[in-house]
Design a protein. Structure first.
Ligand code: NI
Length: 285
């Protein structure tokens, strides 16, 4: 590179001397061609180097993102307005190819994010692209256990056997560590708390979508209770929930809510989520 730049400078110098001598044309045709060839080569190399730098950045950033969670939260929330209210939409029991992708389309179209508490038994080759899509959209993936067993019915080993493999498969398939747990049925006692290493996220607004299976009932249940700091429970496995979200999500956005992930909301509210502790909402009291 240095050698090339040296050549350019040298040619320029020769050019200026020649100019001085001839008092006519700046460079001869041949000199112009030489200069052009060298500069073209330099420019080409420069583009190549730029590409190398640009290509290496995402992987460097990826390493940073998976090791420094505070940095992740800083980056993902820096464009939010701290003066506007936030809501964390959460969806349990998925992912399910036929419904979850449609929900992601709705979120994407509205510039919204959500948190998905997935079941380990639903994860595999078929659902990996959904997890990757969630990550690329900035959505969060949480642990809803391996197979929806009520954790309070299990001993320490039993609890670990439902939580830890699910954490691992989420990390393997999504490329991101799993930071949150939602115990099935929202059921967690001291024994559960003692045997998990992540915060447990419950909810304060229950859409009861699994019960009504009716968009016209799900919509007002959520809309009428919505407030800053709320955590809303829904299920991305029911077509009626997806139908409700077609109305609900744009409506909440229109009302001024920023639809963020659970970890983002905690970060924005200055709450440090502690392992084994239960959180129902992030409403400032
Ligand atoms: Ni569930």
């Amino acid at each position: 590179m240095k050698k090339l730049l040296g050549t350019v400078v040298l040619l320029a110098l020769i050019g200026s001397i020649l100019t001085g001598c001839s008092k006519g044309n700046l460079y001869s045709r041949e000199e112009m061609q030489n200069l052009h060839d060298v500069i073209g080569f330099v420019e080409e190399k420069q583009l190549e180097y730029q590409k190398v730098v640009a290509d290496s950045l995402p992987s460097k950033l990826g390493e940073k993102l998976t090791t420094d969670m505070e940095f992740v939260d800083y980056l993902s929330t820096k464009d939010y307005d701290p003066n506007k209210p936030t809501i964390a939409l959460t969806f349990d029991d998925g992912p399910k190819t036929s419904t979850t992708n449609e929900l992601l389309d709705i979120l994407e179209a509205n510039g919204a994010k959500a948190t998905f508490f997935v079941l380990g038994e639903n994860l595999g080759e078929k659902t990996e692209p959904i997890l990757r899509r969630m990550v690329s959209m900035g959505c969060e993936i949480g642990n809803h256990s391996l197979d929806h067993t009520q954790l309070t019915t299990l001993d320490a080993d039993g609890i670990r056997s439902k939580i830890e493999p699910t954490n691992e498969i989420i990390k393997e398939l999504s490329g991101r560590p799993c930071r949150l747990i939602r115990p099935p049925y929202g059921s967690a006692d001291e024994n559960v708390s003692a045997n998990v290493s992540q915060p447990m996220i419950l909810w304060d607004i229950d859409s009861r979508d699994w019960e009504s299976r009716d968009a016209s009932k799900i919509i007002p249940k959520v809309r009428d209770a919505a407030c800053d700091g709320a955590i809303i429970l829904m299920h991305d496995i029911h077509p009626e929930t997806i139908e409700a979200c077609k109305t609900l999500i744009p409506e909440l956005v229109k009302q001024g809510y920023q639809l963020v992930t659970v970890s983002e909301m905690a970060y924005m509210k200055g709450i440090t989520l502690e392992p084994g502790k239960k959180y129902y909402d992030m409403i400032e009291k």
